[in-house]
Design a protein around this ligand. Structure first.
Ligand code: FPP
Length: 261
């Protein structure tokens, strides 16, 4: 028990989990993206004075969901771990998040290798303090050959920044005479984003009930199915991921077309 914990019974936030055996392996989402939200509210609900306890608890969910995703057969998992806007949070919270990230990198590399998971990062990795960047780069190197699943950790990430960056890269190519404006298509544009090889997410999950996309993968989610759960991120576990996948599998994806009877 932490010393700053008040006596307060936490409210139950999890819906009833569904069975994993109902998942159709032929129709699994290939790429799942998650906006991990609700750490601060979780900390408050559990009587902690500091939001950091929520982030700390959120790491357990990250570990559980990364492992479960690989075991369920998901090929790409994108996690929104730290946004460009998150730098504007109180300095203490940012510093603690950086420390947690560094600890996660140190602890998780073994498990990523054991589960054959490759780490990539989307975002401005140069914004990170050196002690975090070095650890992140070490894990990227150590897992580069892994093949079962790719974990795309979005760090100092903002989708509008990503789109502006892509535009600059294209302008540079035009200026250097390697590309003409008429040759810029959706496909060419997409190649300039951080990790085009990962493909677009099939399913976007947001925890804690907020109905927003918060500058996450705006280009890539044009036809992504969105699933919003009231579960706060630190409570999110394998069964909630299963529930989201089952919900996804009940939907008809039309990509703007009409499905003939
Ligand atoms: C949103 O909750 C969550 C974040 C800003 C950070 C997510 C970070 C983690 C899950 C832990 C670190 C991650 C890794 C990969 C090591 P919030 O603080 O906005 O919650 P609130 O909306 O309830 O205030």
């Amino acid at each position: 028990m932490p010393s700053n914990k008040k006596t307060q019974r936490p409210k139950k936030t999890s819906p009833v989990p569904k069975s994993e055996s109902e998942i159709d392996p032929e129709r699994l989402p290939r790429h799942v993206a998650i906006i991990m939200d609700g750490n601060g509210r979780w900390a408050k609900l559990h009587g902690y004075r500091s939001r950091i306890q929520g982030h700390r608890a959120g790491i357990k969910s990250v570990e559980a969901v990364v492992e479960a995703s690989a075991e369920l057969g998901i090929k790409v998992l994108s996690l929104y771990a730290f946004s460009k806007e998150n730098w504007l949070r109180p300095r203490h919270e940012v510093n603690m998040l950086m420390r947690l990230l560094a600890q996660y990198m140190e602890k998780e590399v073994k498990r990523l290798n054991k589960n054959d998971i490759k780490l990539v990062v989307s975002g401005d990795i140069d914004d990170l303090p050196l002690f975090v960047r070095e650890k992140v780069e070490r894990v990227i190197q150590a897992t580069v050959k892994n093949q079962r699943m790719t974990l795309n950790l979005c760090l100092s990430y903002g989708s509008r920044d990503e789109i502006v960056r892509a535009t600059r890269l294209l302008c540079q190519q035009v200026l250097e005479g390697r590309l003409t404006p008429e040759k810029i298509t959706k496909e060419v544009f997409a190649q300039m984003l951080y990790h085009p090889e990962l493909g677009d997410p099939d399913l976007l999950i947001r925890t804690s009930g907020e109905m927003r996309v918060s500058n996450f993968l705006l280009w890539q989610i044009a036809y992504t199915e969105i699933y919003i759960t009231p579960v706060l991120w630190p409570d999110f576990r394998r069964e909630h991921l299963v529930e989201a996948i089952l919900d996804y599998q009940r939907r008809e994806r039309r990509f703007g077309r009409v499905i003939e009877e």
